[in-house]
Design a protein around this ligand. Structure first.
Ligand code: NAP
Length: 295
């Protein structure tokens, strides 16, 4: 039997991402000998006990991390600073502290000043998810074939970085290393802006007169339906993502707005070639995604 990556692994937050990690760890057996989980609400803890996806369910976050050689923050990024304050004095020396948060500059900003000496911080972000949340939403295959971006700090311990990469490899992911600022710009365009557009387009449809809204929902075409799927995402998580990747998101929104206006202008002035070019670029990107098996 291969040595597990962690002896005792603590998942702080056990929603879509935390419970998917728990499930893949249970299924494989070579990720952690013992998995401990903690969350905020008693209902969540009770449900995790019922599901039987971890070895220990702990309601006290400070107790949950005690004696763990691996700790993964799986809570919305806006909760990091308060969670870190609660766990910092209880983290075991040498422990690998990592996370799954969708923003990385804010994670480094919020965690670094609170990390006790000897605790090894290696932030990471699995590029896998769905619009569902909570411990029932997770599944063991979520990370299969997806990328996980690891954003080590200049002084991150190489052994801890290797452990985090091996952890994600065993979860089924390919890992890439990036600095936090590059990560934040990349995810702003591929994930955060599409969510901003989806929330906006649903809001715009909702603002239309009552009878039109009826018609919108009745005749919802595939394009609008795809946006509503994305727009069904978790409120806390996405509020925190937008507020914690402000600069990169606003930069991408400004670029997008310029490009959208250019296309709108082409429509106004009947510039068929410009319109065709934009559609062809969209089709090309879709084909490339399919070829990379990321569609
Ligand atoms: P989720 O399903 O909503 O689960 C969130 C978990 O965090 C729950 O267990 C919740 O506990 C706990 N929590 C929420 N607010 C908290 C607070 N203020 N203090 C302590 N615990 C709190 O969310 P998720 O989709 O797994 O997302 C978790 C993290 O993964 C986020 O940082 C997100 O950015 C990142 N991520 C998400 C996706 C995605 O597609 N969903 C993809 C990649 C990364 P209770 O149930 O007890 O409230």
């Amino acid at each position: 039997m291969v040595e597990p990556v962690f002896n005792r692994l603590c998942l702080i937050g056990i929603g879509l991402i935390g419970s998917s990690i728990a499930r893949v760890a249970r299924k494989r057996g070579d990720i952690a000998r013992t998995v401990v989980a903690t969350a905020r609400r008693p209902e969540t803890l009770a449900r995790v006990r019922e599901l039987g996806i971890v070895d220990v369910v702990e309601d006290d976050v400070a107790k949950a991390v005690e004696g763990c050689d691996g700790v993964i923050l799986c809570v919305p990024v806006g909760a990091y600073a308060s969670v870190m304050q609660a766990i910092a004095p209880h983290l075991a020396p040498g422990c690998v502290l990592t996370d799954v948060g969708s923003t990385k500059g804010s994670v480094v900003r919020d965690l670094t000043p609170l990390v006790p000496a000897g605790v090894r911080l290696v932030p990471a972000h699995p590029m896998a998810g769905t619009e569902h949340s909570g411990p029932d939403a997770g599944f063991a295959e979520l990370f299969q074939g997806r990328y996980c971006i690891v954003t080590p700090l200049p002084d991150s311990d190489p052994d801890a970085v290797a452990k985090v990469r091996e952890f994600w490899r065993r979860c089924g992911s390919m890992t890439e290393t990036m600095d936090p600022a590059t990560h934040d710009r990349v995810v702003a365009i591929v994930s955060h802006l599409p969510h901003l557009i989806a929330f906006t387009i649903c809001g715009t449809a909702d603002d239309l007169a009552e009878e039109t809204k009826e018609a919108v929902l009745k005749f919802a075409a595939a394009g609008f339906r795809d946006f509503t799927r994305i727009a069904a995402s978790d409120v806390d998580m996405w509020r925190d993502v937008f507020l914690n990747n402000r600069e990169a998101l606003l930069e991408m929104l400004a670029r997008f707005s310029e490009d959208a206006h250019a296309l709108g202008r082409a429509v106004r002035y009947g510039q068929a070639e410009f319109i065709e070019d934009r559609i062809r670029r969209g089709r090309k990107i879709r084909r490339e995604l399919i070829e990379r098996k990321q569609a």
